[in-house]
Design a protein around this ligand. Structure first.
Ligand SMILES: [Zn+2]
Length: 123
């Protein structure tokens, strides 16, 4: 199939093709027919998958588990971007270290309460 954005219908059964993302925030999609599950490749897509030795695992990409992980990862990357923009790189690195330390510490919840209390010396 030529790389054509109008190719929205399955050449086999004529139904709509659904466009699937494969990796988070990567402009590479695969078109799959929801009716007959045929997968249709634009130019170079098959070669791209072969080069990365992924062409044997195509059905994995369309699984709800893979698609859910993809959405989770995209969400995570959006948060990372937002934190970087909000805190700046140096402070973001510091708060991540502190957060990891609190998560591992047996008194982590109490340390967190101390940290977030405006005046931890008031009753
Ligand atoms: Zn079809």
């Amino acid at each position: 199939m030529a790389d054509n954005k109008q190719a929205l219908f399955c050449p086999d059964c004529g139904r709509f093709l659904r466009r699937f993302e494969i990796w988070p925030n990567v402009a590479f999609h695969l078109d799959r027919c929801s009716t007959c599950t045929g997968i249709w490749f634009d130019q170079n897509e098959w070669q791209t998958l072969q080069v990365q030795n992924l062409h044997y695992h195509l059905n994995l990409f369309f699984s709800p588990v893979w698609q859910a992980k993809l959405k989770d990862e995209e969400m995570r990357q959006r948060f990372v971007k937002m934190y970087l923009e909000t805190f700046g790189e140096a402070d973001y690195e510091k708060i991540k270290v502190l957060r990891a330390w609190l998560a591992e510490h047996p008194q982590g919840n109490r340390l967190m309460a101390y940290l977030t209390d405006r005046d931890p010396y008031k009753g």
